[in-house]
Design a protein around this ligand. Structure first.
Ligand SMILES: Nc1ncnc2c1ncn2[C@@H]1O[C@H](COP(=O)(O)OP(=O)(O)OP(=O)(O)O)[C@@H](O)[C@H]1O
Ligand SMILES: [Mg+2]
Length: 233
């Protein structure tokens, strides 16, 4: 579905992403895991088409050439402080294609946005903002969605709503690619795992392999070792 061939991104004389080759398949539940500064957000932006690789290529099959096929939920909130939730939805809805009304209404319902429908963004809690950020990033009913730390500061009830929504979509065939530092989320939303460090994709593995101690990491990846042993302890 999405094929990365030696994808690199170089900026200010450093390699943020270094010759990554891998594939994302239709229906995948994939997490990109690694320490701060590993290049996860940069790789997500490359795959979502927000930025262009400085080396290598990213190709997709015909399915993804459909208009608006890619959703992107950024790590930094992409919201207007002085607009209400309702106004956000009204604004972004116009940009979504036709026939997405049912999808949007279902998303509003599942994420329980009506609970703070008429509040301005600057009146919302951190977790509520994350829900709106998620909604806006998926407004066009994507076939694949890239979610960059969508659960930061989200309480367990909101996390439940968001996981429920994303898992429902995945069951209908939507491909989910996400970054998180939250093991609970990884367990509930991922099967596949890409381990990244210093701009390199060190290993393609599975959550199952990591959980059952079947993963051999290169000796260089000290931070990753710590992050994985955290989960095991
Ligand atoms: N616009 C930019 N210009 C130059 N360097 C950048 C830019 N954005 C990020 N970087 C650098 O690229 C590296 C990777 O950053 P990136 O944001 O992709 O990491 P990350 O894995 O998402 O980290 P985190 O877990 O902290 O979100 C870091 O060293 C960062 O300082
Ligand atoms: Mg990041």
């Amino acid at each position: 579905m999405l094929q990365l061939n030696n994808v690199s991104y170089r900026k200010s004389k450093s390699d943020l992403v270094n010759s990554v080759s891998a594939s994302v398949h239709a229906g995948d539940r994939l997490t990109i895991f690694g320490p701060n500064g590993a290049g996860k957000s940069t790789l997500m932006r490359l795959m979502a088409g927000i930025i262009e690789p400085t080396g290598g290529t990213i190709t997709s099959n015909d399915l993804l050439k459909a208009k608006n096929a890619i959703g992107y939920v950024p790590q930094q909130l992409a919201l207007f402080n002085n607009l209400t939730v309702k106004e956000h939805l009204r604004f972004y809805r116009k940009m979504a294609g036709n026939n997405t009304e049912n999808f949007i209404n279902e998303m509003i319902e599942t994420l329980q946005l009506k609970n703070f429908w008429n509040k301005q963004i600057d009146e919302l809690s951190g977790g509520m903002k994350r829900k709106v950020n998620l909604t806006v990033g998926m407004i066009q009913q994507p076939e694949i969605v890239f979610l960059d730390e969508p659960f930061v500061g989200v309480d367990l009830a909101a996390k439940h709503d968001m996981l429920n929504w994303l898992n429902q979509l995945n069951k209908r065939g939507v491909t989910i690619v996400f970054v998180t530092h939250d093991w609970q989320v990884i367990h509930q939303l991922a099967d596949k795992m890409w381990l990244m460090e210093s701009g390199n994709l060190l290993q393609e593995t599975t959550v199952d392999e990591v959980v059952h101690n079947r993963l051999e990491l290169p000796n260089t990846s000290t931070a990753l070792h710590k992050m994985i042993s955290f989960h095991r302890s």
